[in-house]
Design a protein. Structure first.
Length: 212
């Protein structure tokens, strides 16, 4: 029996995150303490000048640790407008942006209170668009060492870490990207990059990443 991936929540997570989701069952960590500079509230896209990092601002709690499930989104800046403008500028010429834009744009107009709700709602929609059937469960407490039947990837799927194929069971599969003639193929960008560039074929790329 294969191990169930244990993941942190992710904001329009990277391609390798969705490769784990495509395995059919995952556990999302809810009780770790929120940390900055992770995929929890940032994602990377391909822009005309190269990879671009987009960040969802969160409310800061002074001298207080906050569980992942309780982190709140901040709206003191027009980040939704800015993110959508960046996505349109980057992907308007991609093969499938117009096909999916109407379904995704509400995430840049509706105001979610909790980051976890924003991330889960967007993740479930993208799974639906790609055709990923996944059972998502949640931790009920925090454990440094999870159960033996789970594959702990909480700190391994990270913006500062390359895909570790030996650990995760996934490998990089290149595909056609916008602006790749300028910057070359950029691995492990947000799932939005794969979706806008490959459309219905995104699931085939994820299967290849898993060696299927």
């Amino acid at each position: 029996m294969s191990e169930t991936p244990l993941l942190c929540q992710a904001c329009f997570g990277p391609v390798e995150y969705f490769a784990q989701l495509s395995k059919g069952k995952v556990i999302i960590e809810s009780y770790s303490h929120y940390t900055r500079q992770t995929y929890r509230n940032r994602y990377h896209i391909m822009a005309a000048n190269g990879p671009l990092s987009l960040t969802v601002p969160v409310e800061k709690e002074k001298n207080k640790k906050v569980y992942d499930k309780d982190v709140k989104i901040a709206y003191h800046t027009p980040w939704q407008h800015n993110h959508w403008h960046s996505l349109v500028s980057a992907y308007n010429s991609s093969p499938f942006f117009q096909f999916y834009a109407d379904e995704l744009e509400p995430f840049f107009t509706k105001k979610h209170t909790r980051l976890l709700d924003f991330n889960l709602d967007s993740t479930r929609l993208i799974c639906e668009l790609i055709g990923i059937n996944v059972e998502i469960n949640f931790t009920e407490d925090f454990f440094d060492s999870p159960k033996n039947d789970s594959l702990d990837l909480r700190e391994h799927i990270h913006p500062k870490k390359a895909i570790n194929a030996e650990l995760t069971g996934t490998s990089t599969i290149p595909y056609k990207q916008v602006f790749d003639e300028r910057h070359g193929f950029q691995p492990n960008l947000s799932i939005l990059d794969l979706l806008f560039n490959k459309g219905p074929e995104a699931s085939l790329i994820l299967d290849e990443m898993n060696g299927l």
